[in-house]
Design a protein. Structure first.
Length: 169
């Protein structure tokens, strides 16, 4: 399958995440821009959900982009660090879909805040085999530095439906 088709297929899964969350009565809080953030926002909005986008001037100056059209409430920040803080502190539970450096930074910061108890441990669910294999390798290589209770703060789900069902239980 071509990379473009895989990307389109995954964006459907991301939109489904937004839809399921909205149907279960959750507001959706994303980074507010394109790609995964836009697909989740669209799915939630089309299902009648409330969509919050945490945006920042740093990203808009770097990428020359604006919030996606599905964002109904924008929480605009000046810096990327303030945006990360807004994303992390603004949610009751977090679901991380496959992503790049930004997603990894969000996961790492939130997880570390949970470890040092600066943030109430809530569900931090990582979706997809990519996150599972990445963290399995990380845990294996650095297990000396990570007690089991720290690893157990992360939940892994193979797909969106499993992740949302875990939130509901």
């Amino acid at each position: 399958m071509a990379a473009h088709n895989l990307e389109k297929e995954w964006l459907l899964e991301e939109a489904y995440a937004g839809k399921l969350l909205a149907e279960h009565g959750h507001a959706v809080l994303t980074g507010g821009y394109m790609g995964t953030m836009e697909a989740v926002s669209r799915g939630a909005c089309e299902a009648g959900g409330h969509v919050i986008g945490v945006t920042c001037i740093d990203i808009e100056e770097w990428r020359k982009s604006k919030p996606n059209q599905w964002v109904k409430e924008e929480r605009r920040k000046q810096t990327l660090m303030e945006r990360l803080q807004g994303l992390i502190e603004g949610c009751d539970a977090a679901i991380a879909l496959p992503g790049g450096a930004g997603t990894l930074a969000e996961i790492s910061l939130m997880w570390n805040l949970m470890i040092v108890e600066s943030l109430t441990p809530g569900p931090l669910t990582l979706i997809g085999r990519g996150w599972q294999s990445t963290f399995d390798r990380f845990f294996h290589e650095f297990e000396t530095y990570m007690p089991t209770h720290q690893r157990e703060l992360l939940y892994f789900a193979e797909d969106v439906k499993t992740a949302v069902n875990n939130l509901e239980s």
